[in-house]
Structure formats: structure tokens, C-alpha cells
Design a protein around this ligand. Structure first.
Ligand code: BTN
Length: 266
């Protein structure tokens, strides 16, 4: 059977033969990681109509009901040390914003570092996982997972997510097929992989414009401690520059950041 995503891409699209579509997987990221360990090439894309064990950052689950969202993972094999890839999640968030804007005419915002936001609610998220070759110190593979809610109504989300989550349908009033979004996103990801290092500064310029966290009061949870402060800017690697309550400036590279006024943080 013809893969419906491939049939929407140009015939000579370089990753065309590497796009694999499944009815159901536990997690497209887990499947892609297994393929990456077995040697699958750069540009391998896994899409599933649903996931039974979709994962988010910080060990959270990602709700992924059948045909209601886009659940996609991509294997990249960047030829550089991992410290040159600190901005990867930001770059993928930008690719996702571009794809959504192309399809719907509305650009999502980004809650640092990986949440896609529309109308102050979570539209989707990104989970980046990296493996480093212990002999060479270079990155072996990166698996980038993207989940975007497309067709859910409010009642399709579990009760605890209903006030926090949105879909393209809820935010724009129109239904968009996950496969059309996959097509736009795969093209954006191809461009991203081409310009991952050379286009970093330009990408981060746009990321700063899309990032709703900048200028807001935030709290940062890290290693069991919680810090409060104000988000000032994004640094040259995608880290969040924060002024803490005692006036010191710190850059946050990892951890959970809550933005006051978003998702019930008051
Ligand atoms: C987050 O919100 O913290 C990130 C969510 C990432 C979800 C996507 S869906 C496709 C891929 N497979 C997974 O198990 N997770 C990612």
C-alpha cells in the first residue's frame, strides 16, 4: 500500500524511502532509538497513528489517541560533538512552529524549551534523545520526537489536561489531518538538518521572538530545589538566562520551568 505521507511529498524527496508509518506503537521515540542502535540511516522517520506509551520530558507521559494527533520521531546522525548540539531542541521547536504556521496560518509560541503553545495552552511538545559514541566522543545519533495535537475536542483530553491542552481544531476552529502536518514538518526537519550548525544564530533569533517565557516571572525546578526569578533571554546555545530573586544571573540548561500565568501557575 502507498504510504500516504510519501504520496504528499515530492517524488525525489531525499528522505522519501525512509518514512515508516505504523497504526500503533508504544512510543515512536522508543522504536526510533531501537532502529538507530541497529544502524538506521540519518533521515529515518517513524510516524504512528497512535501511541500506547508516548513519553514526554521529565518522565511524563504524552497522551496520543488514534488519528487525533501527529506522533513523529526522526533519527539524525549529526557529525559533530554533542556540545555543538545544545540548541537542537530549540531548532526542532522552530521547525514545528514553521510547519504549523504553513498549514494553519497561525504560528504557535514556545514555552522554553520544548512546549508548543496556542492560546496559552499546550499544543504539543518535543522530546530529544541523544547517544554519544564513547570511543570518539562524537554524537552517534539523535532521536527527535514531536507530538502535536490536531483534532481533539476538549472532552477527548483526560480531565486533568482539559484546562491545559489544546489542539489545532480547538485553537483554529478547523480540523487538520496529522498526515498533512507530518508532510510539512518532515520538509522543515530536512531543512533544519541541512542548516543545523550553519543556521544556528538565525534560528535562535527567531526562537527568541517565539519564546513566550522571555520577560516572564518563572520558577525553575531542578534536582529537588525550586528557584524563582525572571527569564531574561536565550543564550547562544538555547539556554535560558534567568535573574533570580537575589539578583544573581544564571543560565538554565535543563530542568522544568513554569511560567507564571500559564497552566495554572499563579
Ligand atoms: C513533552 O511534552 O514533554 C514532549 C512530548 C513529546 C511527544 C512525542 S510524540 C512522538 C514521540 N514519541 C514519544 O514517545 N514522545 C514523542
Amino acid at each position: 500500500m502507498v504510504n500516504p505521507i510519501c504520496s504528499m511529498l515530492p517524488e525525489d524527496f531525499p528522505w522519501g524511502s525512509r518514512i515508516h508509518l505504523f497504526d500503533c506503537l508504544p512510543s515512536t521515540n522508543d522504536y526510533a532509538k531501537e532502529l538507530a542502535r541497529q544502524g538506521a540511516p540519518h533521515g529515518t522517520v517513524i510516524v504512528a497513528d497512535m501511541q500506547t506509551a508516548g513519553r514526554g520530558r521529565m518522565g511524563r507521559s504524552f497522551h496520543a489517541p488514534k488519528n487525533q494527533g501527529l506522533y513523529l520521531s526522526l533519527i539524525l546522525r549529526p557529525e559533530c560533538p554533542p556540545d555543538q548540539l545544545m540548541h537542537l531542541t530549540c531548532a526542532v521547536a522552530e521547525a514545528a512552529c514553521n510547519a504549523v504556521e504553513q498549514l494553519c496560518g497561525i504560528r504557535p509560541q514556545i514555552k522554553w524549551i520544548n512546549d508548543l503553545i496556542m492560546g496559552s495552552k499546550k499544543l504539543g511538545g518535543i522530546l530529544t534523545e541523544l547517544s554519544v559514541d564513547s570511543k570518539t566522543g562524537r554524537s552517534d545519533w539523535a532521536v527527535i520526537g514531536i507530538g502535536i495535537n490536531c483534532c481533539q475536542d476538549r472532552s477527548d483530553f483526560p480531565p486533568e489536561l482539559q484546562d491545559m491542552a489544546t489542539s489545532l481544531l480547538l485553537s483554529t476552529g478547523s480540523g487538520y489531518s496529522p498526515y498533512s502536518l507530518a508532510c510539512a514538518l518532515i520538509r522543515e526537519l530536512y531543512d533544519l538538518s541541512d542548516q543545523l550548525l550553519s543556521g544556528k544564530d538565525e534560528m535562535l533569533k527567531q526562537y527568541r521572538q517565539d519564546c513566550l517565557t522571555i520577560g516572564k516571572e518563572i520558577s525553575v525546578s531542578k534536582g529537588g530545589a525550586v528557584f524563582h526569578g525572571k527569564a531574561l533571554d536565550i543564550d547562544r546555545d538555547g539556554g535560558l538566562i534567568v535573574m533570580l530573586e537575589d539578583g544573581t544571573i544564571q543560565t538554565v540548561q535543563a530542568g522544568e520551568v513554569s511560567v507564571r500565568g500559564l497552566y495554572g501557575y499563579v
